[in-house]
Design a protein around this ligand. Structure first.
Ligand code: IVH
Length: 672
């Protein structure tokens, strides 16, 4: 039972609770280093809610209980910005930055400028108004002069403090500006959820953030994982600041999130180096940044340089190379993969994207084409981000030709004319003709590839001829080839024929893991092949195991187990294996390396990029020492290895109290 409290006691306790909750919000959402468990936090919230329910007149808009409050609105009120929210002038090369320096130098002759560089977040500019340290209004940029009042929506962003601390808290009125964005990992999660629910997904994090911020119902915004970096204090000079860097520090001290990659640069060379560094790292930041904003540091210099109606003369945005472009789909081709899957590829009008000319882009499968309604003749937005292969983001519907037709997927194999069909519940059409030469060629290409049997000199045109002349009907036939037969092929001489035969001979010794990968069993790629090889040791043993036994192995799901068993049951495959063995192909694993397994039974999650180990190397290291790598953090996780620009997994680890390591910590574990 809650002891009956006087109003005065309640008011005091409410104040205490709010302060504590604000403090914990700050530690969790801004600093990502919580000091209390979720349960302790929830208890504080519950106590505050109960007290406010008993004394409703003590509820204030800045109470943490009011983060998600307010009824849905039909229209947003307009807000006139006291100082226009300007755009930025753009620089696309170091030369452009040089001109910026020359320009500002001419405007203020004899001045030495210092700079502050900050990532240019690809989100939504907002202005937050605080009165005597309390959040009173938040607005979108709008057209720069007039924006929309989205206060209830912004309140749901937990890294926006409701109550300020430090010097800014004392100001009667202060306006600060920043960029609302959706972290990439959260964006991917959101899209997965939307997709599962059958709702349209967002093309990119920016669109997702824009949609969330302009929701009519703040409860919907609250469910969207938004975050914010602050980068500007309006009228900072009047508040006593003399440099932009000091203003950023004051923002930080007030409890705002500022960008950790912001840096001070003494001269233009340092600015250019900082821009290049950020561009190099852009894929590891965890959010989309499309450039670096370069600002002259001194507020006095800023004042004297002034602004045009469009942009301040004291700042410029260095834009990274574009990774999105529009181009046209000239044709959609369907090709046959090694397991008979028909995959559609769009032939594009060639377009330059981040330094590479893109001519083709995979459309994956029928559903993907339907979902995005991609048609021949469409203008499409294509993106190539970092190591991600290019893909179609969306169709530019405004440019669709009036006579365009939806794409119909072929029901016959485009290579052999065999019947194609799409099994119920699967995304792919398949050619059902097991003798389909196109499939065989794909399978041979994969069999000889570097990460499979690694057969040098087994190129595409050789495979074409070997299949077309009927000399190779399956993998085992490769081992029956002789230099004589090969030298009869086009473009082969005695020497090159011998080289190929030698390469084929050498491939016998690759061992089970590579052989399993090479066989092209459905769902068995390089990693699964390694797991199977490590666990079962020989092809003979694997051919005998049951689905249940297979599915017990870590990383082998039911579907993989079914596929493996089906493969070994098939008489054609059994014959193939016999023939491979007869040809002297090694069908067992090399002896497992013996050594200590310090990570036996441990589950490790990795996030961010590690200083020296690649993702794959780190995984091998963990697995080689008996551990298991998982993709998300739970209470069962033993270690979370955190690199640079970690995602929300690091937060999850802190919240769940899981041990956090850096790369050095991981190495220390396995090399005692
Ligand atoms: S400074 C008057 N700093 O980019 C100063 N803007 O193209 C102008 N932006 O409207 C803003 N990150 O929404 C600044 N670190 C950053 C920024 C940034 C993103 C956005 C902002 C602005 C737009 C201009």
């Amino acid at each position: 039972m809650l002891r009956a409290m006087t109003r005065a006691d309640a008011a005091q306790r409410i104040t205490e609770l709010r302060e504590q909750i604000h403090h914990h919000d700050y530690l969790y959402y801004v600093e990502a280093r919580p000091e209390v468990s979720d349960a302790e936090y929830d208890a504080l919230m519950r106590e505050l809610r109960d007290l406010e329910a008993s004394f409703p007149d003590l509820v204030t808009a800045d109470s943490p209980t009011q983060r998600v409050a307010g009824a849905p609105t039909d229209v947003f009120k307009s807000v006139e910005h006291h100082d226009a929210m300007l755009s930025l002038d753009n620089a696309t090369s170091p030369d452009d930055l040089g001109e910026f320096e020359a320009r500002t130098g001419r405007a203020l002759p004899g001045t030495t400028f210092g700079y502050v560089c900050e990532p240019k977040i690809d989100g939504l500019g907002v202005a937050l108004l605080y009165e005597r340290g309390r959040f009173v209004r938040g607005a979108t940029r709008g057209d720069g002069r007039v924006g929309e009042d989205i206060t209830p929506n912004l309140r749901t962003i937990r890294s926006i403090p409701m109550v300020l601390r430090g010097a800014l808290a004392a100001a009667a009125v202060v306006e600060v500006r920043g960029e609302v964005f959706m972290p990439r990992e959260e964006f991917a999660k959101l899209n997965r959820t939307l997709e599962e629910a059958g709702t349209p997904t967002f093309a990119n994090p920016r669109n997702a953030a824009a949609g969330a911020v302009r929701q009519k119902d703040p409860a919907v915004t609250a469910r969207r994982p938004l975050d914010i970096f602050l980068y500007h204090v309006s009228r900072a000079a009047a508040l006593g600041f003399s440099s932009h860097w000091d203003a950023l520090e004051a923002l930080r001290a007030a409890g705002f999130k500022t960008n950790p990659r912001a840096e001070r640069c003494q001269n233009l060379d340092a600015v250019i180096a900082a821009c290049e560094r950020l561009e190099r790292d852009r894929d590891t930041l965890g959010y989309d940044a499309d450039g670096m904003v370069v600002k002259i540091e001194s507020l006095e210099h800023q004042r004297r340089l002034g602004s045009t109606t469009h942009h301040p003369r004291w700042a410029i945005a260095f834009k990274f190379a574009a990774r999105q472009a529009t181009t046209m789909i000239e044709a959609i081709e369907v090709n046959v993969g090694k397991t008979g899957t028909l995959t559609p590829t769009a032939k594009l009008t060639p377009v330059e994207l981040a330094g590479v000319t893109i001519r083709n882009v995979s459309l994956h499968n029928e559903d993907e084409i339907r979902r995005k309604d991609i048609r021949v003749g469409d203008t499409v937005l294509v993106e190539r981000a970092g190591d991600v292969i290019p893909y179609v983001v969306q169709v530019v519907l405004a440019k669709r030709p009036p006579d365009s037709q939806p794409f119909t997927f072929p029901s016959a194999c485009p290579a052999c004319g065999g019947v194609a069909f799409r099994p119920a519940g699967e995304a792919y059409w398949r050619c059902t003709n097991t003798a389909c030469p196109a499939q065989l060629k794909e399978r041979l290409r994969h069999f000889g590839s570097r990460r499979a049997m690694d057969i040098e000199h087994l190129g595409d045109s050789t495979i074409e001829q070997l299949v077309d002349t009927g000399q190779v009907k399956d993998f085992a036939d490769l081992y029956q080839l002789t230099a004589e037969k090969v030298s009869a092929l086009d473009r082969f001489a005695e020497k090159s024929a011998e080289n190929l035969i030698q390469a084929i001979t050498a491939s016998r010794e690759r061992g089970l893991a590579r052989l399993l990968n090479a066989l092209g069993i459905r769902l068995v790629g390089e990693r699964v092949a390694q797991l199977l090889a490590a666990r079962f040791g020989s092809l003979e043993r694997l051919a005998e195991v049951s689905e249940a036994e297979l599915a017990e192995a870590h990383g082998i799901g039911d579907e993989i187990a079914r596929s493996v068993v089906a493969f070994f049951k098939d008489p054609t495959n059994r014959r193939l294996i016999d023939n491979l063995k007869r040809a002297g192909v090694v069908t067992h694993s090399p002896m497992a390396p013996v050594g200590p397994k310090p990570l036996a039974g441990k589950t490790v999650v990795m996030t961010g990029s590690l200083p020296t180990l690649s993702r794959e190397a780190a995984r091998e290291l963990v697995e080689g020492h008996g551990g298991r790598v998982a993709s998300s953090v739970s209470k069962k996780t033993d270690y979370v290895v955190v690199g640079e620009a970690p995602g929300s997994k690091a937060d999850d680890a802190r919240r769940l109290g899981v041990t956090i390591l850096d790369e050095a910590g991981l190495l220390a574990l396995v090399r005692p």
